[in-house]
Design a protein around this ligand. Structure first.
Ligand code: CA
Length: 243
């Protein structure tokens, strides 16, 4: 796997409330996470960082012991652990009240990629020249899209596009979307926050990634393009190429 990540605060926001995780060292599971926090007084930053830390440490410390048998169950537990930690912190400190975060995760093992997902960050696969979103946004506009009340173009510039219907740490319990997919040589996976996808259409993302000479160049160009089209939000991308 060849992988890289970039995170940029964009051109409007004063801080970066996104967080990400990449595998640290050869002996660690091939785990990738993007989280996009929300909440006042920098609480969004705290929530996204907490999610990334809790989820990665839970998976890293239980992955081998669990015999790697039930990967989806392990991912679910990791999300629940993070949810509890963020939720408790939000109750204990007034400045953290109401904080929450998205979290989108990809874990690669034995020819399969396992996806855990809450919120409106996204996972995509690029294969045979096309791009496909592997996650469903937990957002108001996505619901309206599925009900046929909005078109994809209307979704991207809708005034309510930031309203998310599910986030880690907001309630005591959480529903986690869990899916698994086969992967093969040449596949490219992209995890990203909505600071990318609100600025760029899927087709534009596809074009940029497939025309770049390396995953690093692709990540740089995605950030550059999101900023070129406004950079209204923090932008985080992780790109994983199956080599
Ligand atoms: Ca965002």
């Amino acid at each position: 796997m060849i992988h890289c990540a970039r995170s940029h605060k964009g051109k409007v926001r004063s801080n970066n409330e996104d967080a990400f995780y990449l595998p640290e060292g050869e002996d660690k599971p091939l785990l990738f996470i993007v989280a996009d926090g929300m909440g006042g007084h920098n609480a969004g930053e705290i929530a996204s960082k907490m999610a990334v830390e809790e989820i990665s440490s839970h998976i890293n410390s239980n992955f081998w012991e669990s015999g790697c048998k039930n990967v989806l169950q392990l991912i679910k537990e990791a999300f629940l652990t993070a949810n509890t930690k963020i939720y408790r912190n939000s109750l204990e400190r007034e400045e953290y009240s109401g904080m929450g975060t998205t979290a989108t995760l990809a874990l690669f093992k034995d020819g399969k990629v396992y996806i855990g997902h809450v919120g409106d960050s996204r996972a995509y696969i690029l294969r045979d020249g096309s791009i496909r979103q592997l996650t469903k946004d937990h957002s108001l506009v996505w619901q309206l899209l599925e009900e046929g009340k909005l078109t994809p173009d209307e979704v991207r510039c809708h005034p309510m596009r930031n309203v998310i219907t599910r986030a880690l740490g907001v309630h005591e319990s959480i529903d986690v979307d869990l899916t698994e997919h086969e992967y093969r040589k040449g596949d490219i996976f992209l995890l990203c926050s909505d600071g990318l996808t609100n600025m760029l259409e899927d087709d534009k993302i596809r074009e940029i990634v497939l025309s770049a000479e390396s995953v690093d160049a692709a990540a740089d160009k995605l950030i550059e393009a999101a900023n070129y089209y406004g950079g209204y939000d923090n932008i985080t991308v992780e790109i994983i190429l199956v080599d």
